[in-house]
Design a protein around this ligand. Structure first.
Ligand code: AHR
Length: 507
């Protein structure tokens, strides 16, 4: 390797185990919002539509991402949703005003149709219940409708709707962002804690096998963070299995070095929520460990101005349609790396969202579907990031940004897939001016050889993909070599890297 690039060193070893990666950290989210459902996954007049009206071209892209779990039906939408509106004969379903997004909800797609779609794309569903305008009764009825075998009012109603077998939905969110003033039916932490506890208690009586997510803060910027977690978990600790975290970032002041350091905030968020959970655990003398469900995360800011111009009360308007650029893909890669480094506590995470609405997949109504820039780091981690997350010991040069100091240029995570005898190094070079020479000690992985070094790079941080042209896409011409127990690679300036190693067997 020729001289003069800054250097970073890493040591990777099987013994430095953080935890088995829970595949549900590669989850996503479909909300009844904008064109996520109507014009996104569902468009009966589209040339690729199946018998239920779902677009096959979109299904194909979702399958490619191998999404293990999808949160549904909201989001802010769920806090005003009557789930009963979305079941039974479609022509008898009411049209309702959705106050969260000021649209008309036609209820063409509801619980059963979504469960069908999710099965088709190979995903489980994380169902949210309405704790905004509703409560214990609606939640326990929905669970009975979905999960009870039969012989009761709600389960027999499901059967009469043509779904003989229960859906068996395992994971349930106890409301959404109940700390937010924008939420329909916002609660104080005491009000939410009591309601969530009683709802969870009733739900467990219907089906003891469910896993429940207690609402955490809507972002680190909330004035009630982290007091919200401390008070609500005091109520819900014994009934819930996870607490939720939500966070979106944006490069509003066009300071890319600072923007790429935003995962320092995410680190702080995860550490603070973990500490708060453990404080409640100690306070309650509980043996149970609370896990984290980062069930909304992404970049969200490009569409903010356009959204103020949208006329209210239509079906499927183009809301939250962020067009992602190359630097967004780098930050998304770093966010995924952050989840991997916290694999011991973050067990679920949902990229918000999946189609059209702040999403890796975009569609035209009646037309094409394509991959946004952020599709790629999501794809790579979802495909190659399954196994055990290993703690890399990293020595990297650092920089200071507007809001953060000592930001390592090298942001990395490592996953060891023992069954497939593969090791994958995920790395972002945050340096916007220079490449970074990485030397990684992998002597603990004797007999491993390089499979490929995938790189996502682009001269223009603001480059975007459109239906007509995919400007930002990965190549496999990275410089990594693996020799004598060391991987050496030159990581291009501002790049996302996936370095794949596999054990070589002679014969
Ligand atoms: O994902 C978009 C919105 O962001 C969700 O509806 C809400 O929960 C969050 O504020």
């Amino acid at each position: 390797m020729s001289a003069a690039a800054p250097r970073a060193r890493m040591i990777v070893d099987k013994a430095f185990k953080i935890a088995e990666v829970d595949q549900r950290i590669y989850g996503s989210f479909i909300e009844h919002l904008g064109r996520a459902v109507y014009g996104g996954i569902y468009e009966p007049t589209h040339s690729t539509a199946d018998n239920f009206g779902f677009r096959n071209d979109v299904k194909q892209l979702v399958r490619e991402l191998n999404v293990p779990i999808i949160r549904y039906p909201g989001g802010n939408f769920v806090s005003g949703y009557n789930w009963e509106d979305g079941v039974g004969p479609v022509d008898q379903r009411p049209k309702r005003l959705d106050l969260a997004w000021r649209t008309v909800e036609p209820n063409f797609v509801g619980t059963n149709e979504f469960m069908n779609w999710a099965k088709e794309v190979g995903s489980e569903v994380m169902m949210a219940v309405n704790l905004g305008t509703r409560g214990v009764d609606a939640a326990r009825n929905l669970l009975e409708y979905c999960n009870h075998k039969g012989g009761s009012y709600w389960s027999d109603l499901r059967r009469s709707h043509g779904y003989e077998q229960p859906h068996g939905i395992k994971t349930w969110c106890l409301g959404n962002e109940m700390d937010g003033p924008w939420q329909i039916g916002q609660k104080t932490p005491q009000e939410y804690g009591r309601l969530a506890y009683e709802t969870g208690k009733a739900m467990r009586l219907v089906d003891p096998s469910v896993e429940l997510v207690s609402c955490g803060s809507s972002s680190t910027g909330m004035p009630t963070f982290p007091e919200w977690e401390a008070i609500t978990l005091d109520h819900t600790y014994e009934v819930a299995d996870y607490v939720s975290l939500h966070q979106y970032y944006g490069n509003r002041d066009n300071d890319s070095a600072n923007y790429l350091a935003r995962t320092m905030d995410m680190e702080h968020f995860i550490r603070t929520v973990t500490a708060t959970c453990d404080y409640i655990k100690a306070k309650k003398r509980s043996k149970k460990t609370m896990y984290l469900s980062f069930d909304e995360w992404n970049v969200w800011y490009h569409s903010n101005d356009a959204d103020t111009q949208i006329e209210p009360w239509s079906v499927g308007p183009p809301q939250l349609e962020d067009v992602y650029n190359f630097e967004d893909a780098l930050l998304v890669g770093s966010m995924l790396i952050t989840f991997l480094r916290h694999a011991d506590r973050v067990k679920m995470a949902c990229m918000a969202q999946l189609v059209n609405v702040i999403a890796p997949i975009m569609t035209e109504n009646g037309g094409r579907a394509w991959k946004q820039t952020i599709f790629y780091p999501y794809l790579h981690t979802s495909i190659y990031g399954r196994g055990v997350s290993l703690q890399p010991i990293v020595d990297s040069p650092v920089y200071d940004a507007q809001d953060y100091t000592d930001v390592p240029y090298l942001d990395s995570a490592v996953v060891y897939n023992e069954a497939d005898e593969e090791v994958t190094i995920f790395a972002v070079n945050r340096n916007l001016q220079e490449s970074l020479d990485l030397e990684c000690d992998v002597r603990g992985f004797e007999g491993y050889r390089l499979v490929e070094h995938i790189v996502l790079e682009h001269e223009d941080l603001k480059a975007v993909n459109t239906a007509a042209e995919e400007k930002v896409k990965p190549h496999s011409k990275g410089t990594a070599i693996c020799k004598d127990g060391y991987v050496n690679a030159r990581l291009s300036k501002a790049s996302w890297n996936v370095i794949r190693l596999k054990k070589e067997h002679s014969n």
